[in-house]
Design a protein. Structure first.
Length: 502
């Protein structure tokens, strides 16, 4: 292990020096991640941290002699560079998820063709299929784990460190060197990414680290140990990202949401919202990754029967944890204040969705809102909509019955306020400051002052399709028109805001 410590230090120093420089470049070139309700940060953050990790890896790995396996390592270098560039473009312009998966498959095919593939079965086609599944799965697992400050970088560093120890003890020098470089580069970047983060790695870094960890896992094949004690070791070392991806996939399948859709349903989010808080949740994830690494080392010193028994026990514990965390889903705070900036009929869907989770809904009507729309908003907020409609239709006199029934008419799940400029605008400001979530409906009637005030609350904004609101999560038409889907989006956004506050 002492042979690889200088490589860890070199890659650490390279990332440590490169990251703040790259961060300044990101600010000047617009590689920024805008704050959104389901994200942690509340101000634009530079996204080029992954480029600093890539440069640090280049500096460190140029010191390693890969001549004995130059074909494989050249394929790894090309595949890693391809995914780094794909992540870079995605951070800048955005790429369709299927295109990212195709790029991952292309990189995996390249290294597989060069000989980096598992040898678990006597059938080459099956081995290739397993290899491709591993590459795409692990690459996306690290990408999905990049959801809290320091989580992906720290987890990658812990996993890479244990791969370094395992490969070094198996005299796999090149694998240990690659793992050592990943360890140091991840730690050097982590210094600036730990909460509160100064820079994000973006897809540039998460795709790169995921791909390299997948390569290391495939290439770890100690010839001095029985296959029955080692074939599961890469799975155990990468057990935490695998578990998180399985949890997210399963929970989103149950709630009929796309797996690629961002949300606050990851392992880290659930731990944080169930009482640990952000920093302790991230530290718990580091600890879990370290315990899995220790278990992997113990397996390599065990008989195949013992290693297999430990692996099966780990699977059972994983499925049990999966069932517990899936059921222990965090919920938004009781009666969160949802403020809806409404114009004409655009606010009705939002009001109906907000009513499913809260009886504290404030509708701010734009200056263009007519009397019919105001009546519609009041009707949607009424606890007794039928009694309210009878009273509104009856005119000034009668129609509602005895006065003791008037509470049915005037008892609302919130309030409706017209937007006003000037001296009364402070009421509007105060309402937005108290809001757990601000929903912006499409409309042209909002004055410049209202838009300026809204800009200060970018971390809590959810926007209707077509609503031009900087820093807001903009929903597709289908999500906006379906009350249940819109309610889930509101809930996810409120949980994200609550996570920031914790």
């Amino acid at each position: 292990m002492d042979l690889y410590l200088p490589l860890i230090i070199l890659s650490f120093l390279a990332a440590f020096v490169a990251t703040p420089v790259i961060g300044r470049v990101a600010f000047h070139t617009g590689f920024l991640d805008e704050p959104k309700p389901h994200k942690m940060h509340v101000r634009p953050m530079p996204l080029l941290g992954g480029l600093a990790i890539y440069l640090a890896l280049c500096v460190a790995l140029f010191q390693v002699d890969f001549s004995t396996e130059w074909v494989q390592m050249a394929a790894v270098a090309v595949g890693a560079t391809l995914l780094m560039l794909v992540g870079l473009w995605d951070d800048r312009r955005g790429i369709a998820p299927r295109m990212k998966v195709l790029a991952q498959i292309a990189a995996a095919l390249l290294v597989t063709a060069a000989g980096v593939q598992v040898q678990l079965t006597p059938w080459p086609a099956v081995n290739i299929a397993i290899t491709l599944f591993w590459f795409v799965g692990i690459t996306n697992a690290i990408n999905l784990m990049d959801n809290m400050d320091g989580l992906a970088a720290g987890t990658s560093a812990v996993s890479a460190l244990f791969f370094t120890i395992l490969a070094a003890s198996a005299t796999q020098g090149l694998v240990a060197s690659l793992a050592a470089a990943v360890t140091g580069a991840s730690l050097g970047f982590l210094f600036y990414n730990i909460s509160p983060a100064m820079i994000f790695m973006g897809d540039t870094g998460s795709l790169l680290l995921g791909f390299l960890l997948a390569v290391i896992g495939v290439k770890y094949s100690p010839s001095n140990l029985p296959l029955g004690s080692t074939w599961m070791v890469p799975i155990v070392v990468m057990g935490l990202p695998i578990f998180d991806t399985t949890l997210v996939t399963f929970s989103r399948f149950l709630s009929r949401r796309p797996v690629i859709q961002g949300g606050t349903d990851h392992t880290s989010h659930r731990l944080a919202l169930l009482g640990l808080g952000i920093n302790r949740a991230v530290f718990s994830m580091y600890l879990a990754a370290g315990l899995l690494g220790i278990l992997a080392i113990f397996m390599t010193h065990s008989s195949p029967e013992t290693a297999t028994g430990l692996f099966l026990a780990l699977l059972a514990a994983g499925f049990t944890s999966l069932a517990i965390l899936t059921r222990a889903r965090p919920f938004p705070p009781n009666n969160p204040l949802v403020v809806i900036l409404a114009e004409d009929g655009q606010g009705l869907a939002a009001i109906q969705a907000a009513r499913t989770m809260s009886s504290n809904v404030a509708v701010v009507a734009s200056p263009r809102t007519d009397a019919a729309s105001l009546r519609m908003y009041l009707h949607a907020l009424a606890h007794e909509p039928e009694a309210f409609a009878r009273w509104m239709d009856s005119g000034i006199g009668g129609g509602i019955g005895p006065s003791e029934e008037w509470h049915k008419v005037f008892r609302l799940a919130g309030k409706v306020l017209p937007f006003s400029e000037g001296a009364q605008a402070e009421r509007y400001h105060e309402l937005l400051r108290e809001a757990h979530l601000i929903v912006v409906c499409r409309g042209q009637g909002w004055p410049a002052e209202a838009r300026r005030v809204t800009d200060a609350f970018r971390g809590r904004l959810l926007a209707a399709p077509g609503a031009e609101t900087p820093g807001a999560v903009s929903l597709p038409d289908g999500a906006w028109n379906d009350a249940a889907t819109l309610a889930r989006a509101m809930e996810e956004a409120i949980l994200g805001v609550r996570r920031k506050e914790n």
